[in-house]
Write a new protein. Sequence first.
Length: 123
Amino acid sequence: MTLEVNHLIVPVRDKRASASFLAGVLGVPVSADDGPFQPVQIGGTTLDFETSDNIRPMHVAFLVDEDTFDAAHRRLMEAGAATYADPMRNQPGEINHRYGGRGVYFDDPDGHFFELLTAAPPP
């Protein structure tokens, strides 16, 4: 059986601003507006940003290669974004080295908690 996540709907205050923020961090384009959604394609999964008054913060982790991590982390630093080595936000400005790789957490403008990691946890 083949099984994968195709898309996630991400409720935000401003779909264009939030999609642009994440796409800018990750260095990927924002897709064309699709009705109520502003899509950002991340590998085989689309994040469909939707303007909403009902925002429940999500956590989304992105497994990236070393070059993508370096570029995204640099863009976060240049933007003055708060970053953390841990999900409890006790290690601001630091990078973790879990699973033999590197990782960092950051908030988007609507309180969604994103994570970049270069090595995935074991299954």
